[in-house]
Design a protein around this ligand. Sequence first.
Ligand code: ZN
Length: 344
Amino acid sequence: MRATVMFGAGDVRIEDVPDARLVEPTDALVIVTRAAICGSDLWPYKSMEPSETGRRMGHEFIGVVEAVGSDVRTVKAGDLVVAPFLWSDGTCVFCREGLHTSCLHGGRYGGDGVDGGQGEAVRVPQADGTLVVLPVGKDDALMPSLLTLSDVMGTGHHAALAAEVGPGKTVAVVGDGAVGLCGVIAVRRLGADQIILLGRHPDRIALAREFGATDVVSERGEVAVERVRELTNGFGAHSVLECVGLGQATVTALSIVRPGGAVGRVGIPQEESIPNAVQTFFDNVTIGGGPAPVRAYIEELLADVLEGTIEPGRVFDRVARLDEVPEGYRAMNEREAIKVMVEL
Ligand SMILES: [Zn+2]
């Protein structure tokens, strides 16, 4: 079968790889119908050391179940399923607490004999705990929004929960990538009044306003902090979603939260230490977040997608075939595309 393999920074190819197949009795074999390129795929795209064997890519996908192992009960051949970006058993102590990212028997796609999502098929371990059946056809018009349930919409929602977003609160979202934009949707959905987006790209800002952002701050650094203070009676935001992970964005996020407020971090930190440790201590700021246990959120968000009350699929502004995936990486890396959906 064909799949996406990264061989080094800027070097993504579509290669022939061994066919995906069932190995464990808890596996499902899924024929991929839609996949996505993630902002986190751009980190290795910028920095990966050259590799002879390469690395299989992709962790966001929807597909049709082709076959299941003998222990699988909740999905069957022919089901259309969405996969969260990590697989998990759904039964261990952490999964039962809703923290599927810490599953004792879980893991990630693209390594250790598990296929990546940007390919023709995937062996999904722990299928019962991982996959969620979608009650629509494989070419339904909702497909882009359903695909965001595998990562970015759930990640935006996780940031909002970690930032303690709620009715009447003032919220700042740092970052106008797909996760930041989905963060705006999540914040609006949870009833916040004022939603300040910190971002610089006109097309993304326009989409954020349609998703519910009430104010936009396009400056950076100290000036951005000043602008947010002006918009919040001088206090800062109750809730801040950090959706970037770079040093500057993290400093900004921790500088615009008001005393007693909370910062929800979902951007992968690129620094070892958390800035503003002393000020945020004396301000009693809660710093939360991490990789989103999106499996815990799929059913709840799926209901809103099916009802049409949220449209996170609008973050996809480009569609590619599998052999166009390398060009999709380039376009996202150069900020020509917000997010690329792959149709197989
Ligand atoms: Zn588990």
